[in-house]
Design a protein around this ligand. Structure first.
Ligand code: ADP
Ligand code: MG
Length: 239
């Protein structure tokens, strides 16, 4: 197992997917500057399954937003598939996100007034995929999470676990290289959470790289590498 904190040699490694090179993110909060992410070196290899733990406010979501191109580092660099994405425009960043990243959030973030199928079709719509192909791919993605019978249901007609599986289907419909999950089981009962985790694990076994944030040590135990954040810095979770 490689050391995720060593990026020397990582730039040339063919299996390096995401590299943070002294990447940091500060927020201006009134007159106070918050160092949400302190300068961090991190190398995520293809096929990795990383779990990130740490107390509330320690910078976990900030890290995931940077890795997921929802945000940029305010210092240092972020290289994704060898490309420096740290200074891209919003529009370029959105494109990289659409092509490379799948995101699952604690609160699902589904469109309430759209069917499960339409929700899952959205990333394909943004990518300009033709309608008939959108349909069939979204159906296949919903089938893969066990929701083929729910394609016409709206989020309000689905349980929390089902909504998160729709969100997972949406995250996976474009076969992203990198799947990012921010406390995906945080709002779910144990059985539903386990089902969602199994699906994420299966996706990792298929080769998709996964970075997952969790408060739950049992959830983290399923990952291959455990990392801990505190006050914007990251450490190996095991002693
Ligand atoms: N948009 C923002 N503006 C100002 N401060 C923020 C913003 N987002 C996060 N922070 C601050 O950055 C720190 C890390 O936040 P976050 O990454 O959300 O932590 P976690 O996900 O571990 O709970 C916290 O102190 C938080 O208040
Ligand atoms: Mg968070």
């Amino acid at each position: 197992m490689h050391d995720p904190f060593t990026i020397a040699g990582c730039h040339d490694a063919p299996d390096a997917l995401a590299i943070l090179d002294a990447a940091a993110r500060t927020y201006q909060s009134g007159r106070v500057e918050v160092e949400a992410l302190r300068p961090l070196d991190l190398c995520v290899h293809r096929g990795d399954f990383l779990a990130v733990m740490g107390p509330s406010g320690s910078g976990k979501s900030t890290l995931l937003h940077v890795l997921g191109c929802l945000d940029r580092p305010t210092a240092g660099r972020y290289l994704l598939q060898g490309r420096d994405v740290s200074r891209l425009s919003d529009r370029e960043l959105a494109k990289v996100r659409n092509q490379t990243i799948g995101f699952v959030f604690q609160r699902f973030h589904l469109l309430r007034d759209e069917s499960a199928l339409r929700n899952v079709e959205l990333p394909l719509l943004y990518a300009g995929t033709p309608r008939s192909e959108r349909r069939s791919r979204a159906q296949a993605a919903l089938d893969a999470v066990g929701l083929l019978e729910r394609v016409d249901h709206h989020p309000g007609q689905l349980s929390g676990g089902e909504q998160q599986r729709v969100a997972l289907a949406r995250a996976l419909v474009k076969r992203p290289r990198l799947l990012l999950a921010d406390e995906p089981t945080g709002n779910l009962d144990t059985a539903s959470g386990t089902r969602v985790l199994e699906l994420i694990e299966e996706e990792n076994e298929r080769g998709t790289t996964v970075v997952l944030i969790t408060h739950d040590p049992e959830v983290a135990a399923r990952a291959r590498t455990r990392l801990m954040m505190r006050d914007g810095s990251m450490f190996p979770a095991e002693a």
